[in-house]
Design a protein around this ligand. Sequence first.
Ligand SMILES: [Zn+2]
Ligand SMILES: [Zn+2]
Length: 260
Amino acid sequence: MCPGIAVAPGVCDVGGEHGPVKPEAMEQAAKAIRRLQALLPACCLCCGQTGLGTLDLCAGCYRDLPRNRFPCRHCALPVPPGQPDCARCQRRPPPFRSLLAPWLYDEPLDGLIQGLKYHGQLPAGRVLGTILARQIGRTGAAADVLIPMPLHPRRLRERGFNQATEIARGIAAHRGIPLGDRCLRRVRETAPQSGLGRDERRRNMRGAFRAAPAVAGKRVALVDDVVTTGSSTEEAARVLLRAGAREVVAWTVARASLRG
Ligand SMILES: [Zn+2]
Ligand SMILES: [Zn+2]
């Protein structure tokens, strides 16, 4: 088994007898972990075998990632072969130009995403960002700025990091696109989207984001770990376009199936 550093500072005892951990301190610690991790030999985060080059994922596990073979050209929802759009997008295409989601939210990718999100395994963010960057390179897609899907500040304090930012860092490192992690803020907490219809989800997300004027004229790539209903991606795209963004695309690691 290879050595590894897997736990982010944000998931350690936030609060308690030492008081709350400041986001700046978490960010500093996360940077230190990233630097240390870069010095260790690549090791597969799924099975512990030697990684593929500098990637913490082995060739076998990379091959086993569940490909999204027939995605809707707008929202990446799996569609029957030969059908370009899903039924939802035929009725009403989303405001973003396209959504890239090369894989499905299934084994072993779901484990990597959950490890990052819920167990603070920051190296998983680097792996996910790297493999997504490779796919972006293959499609020839371009953007002026990478904007990670923001978390509400309260959620960010609880988690200590934003998983979308960790993935976006990996893309930035490989594609040379600047990270605009202050260009979009989540200003309102929203109720869970499960069980809501498409129009209800849209209403639920209304007013959740605020974009910085710096996005004006830019081709924006919104980065996220997994897209399920697409409602938050759609609302974020609307807000960015209203703020003057020239174009919005979404780059996500995985597409989950729709429920409800
Ligand atoms: Zn492996
Ligand atoms: Zn679609």
